[in-house]
Design a protein around this ligand. Structure first.
Ligand SMILES: NC(=O)c1ccc[n+]([C@@H]2O[C@H](COP(=O)([O-])OP(=O)(O)OC[C@H]3O[C@@H](n4cnc5c(N)ncnc54)[C@H](OP(=O)(O)O)[C@@H]3O)[C@@H](O)[C@H]2O)c1
Length: 164
C-alpha cells in the first residue's frame, strides 16, 4: 500500500489555527478533491470535526482515543493509527491518503511514501504545524508554481516529494 500525506503548508510550516484552515485557495481544494476522490482518507478526530461533514466519494478513517466516538455508516474509526493501517492492508487498499492534522502528520510522516504539498506563500500565525520535510529523507520530484489571483489569496506551488 502506498501512503501519501497531503497538506497545504505555509512557509513557516503553519497548517491551521483554531481548528480551521487559514487561507482561501480554491486551486488547493480542487487538487485535494482530484487526488483523494475514490480513495480512503485517514485523519485525526479534530480534522474530521473541522470538515463539518464527510467528504463525498471518499471513505473516512478517523483516529480517536474516545471509545464512544460514533462513526457514520460507511466510514470507520480506530483507537490507534496502527490499527487503521492494519485494516487498510487487510482489505488491500492501494493508496491511503493521510489528510491531517498536525498530530497525525507528525506521527505518520515516517510511514509515508509520498508527500503532496501545496506550499502557500505566506507566514501566518497558527497553532498547528506540518513536520519538517528533511532533505536527507525526501526528494522533490515535481513542482508547479502559480501566482495569487481572485480565487487564491497567496502565491502557491504544488510540490511532490518521494521518499529517498
Ligand atoms: N493545511 C492543511 O492541509 C490541513 C489539513 C488538515 C488539518 N489542518 C488543520 O489542522 C488542525 C487540526 O490538527 P490537530 O493537530 O489539532 O488535530 P488532528 O491531528 O486533526 O486530530 C487530533 C486528534 O486525533 C486523535 N489522535 C491523534 N493521535 C492519536 C493516536 N496516536 N491514537 C489515537 N488517537 C489519536 C485524538 O483524538 P481524540 O481527542 O478524539 O482522542 C486527537 O485529539 C486544524 O486547524 C485543521 O484546520 C490543516
Amino acid at each position: 500500500m502506498k501512503i501519501i500525506l497531503i497538506a497545504a503548508v505555509a512557509e513557516n510550516r503553519v497548517i491551521g489555527k483554531d481548528n480551521q484552515l487559514i487561507w482561501k485557495l480554491s486551486a488547493d481544494l480542487k487538487r485535494f478533491k482530484n487526488l483523494t476522490s475514490g480513495h480512503y482518507i485517514l485523519m485525526g478526530r479534530k480534522t474530521f470535526e473541522s470538515l463539518g461533514r464527510p467528504l463525498p466519494n471518499r471513505t473516512h478513517l478517523i483516529i480517536t482515543r474516545n471509545p464512544d466516538f460514533e462513526t457514520l455508516e460507511g466510514h470507520y474509526s480506530f483507537r490507534t493509527i496502527e490499527d487503521a493501517i492494519i485494516f487498510c492492508n487487510k482489505i488491500e487498499v492501494e493508496k491511503l491518503f493521510i489528510i491531517g492534522g498536525g498530530e497525525i502528520y507528525r506521527q505518520t510522516i515516517d510511514l509515508a511514501d509520498e508527500l503532496e504539498i501545496t506550499e502557500v506563500n505566506t507566514e501566518p500565525e497558527g497553532d498547528t504545524f506540518f513536520p519538517e520535510i528533511k532533505d536527507s529523507l525526501w526528494i522533490e520530484t515535481y513542482r508547479e508554481e502559480f501566482p495569487a489571483d481572485e480565487k487564491n489569496e497567496f502565491d502557491y506551488a504544488f510540490v511532490t516529494y518521494e521518499k529517498k
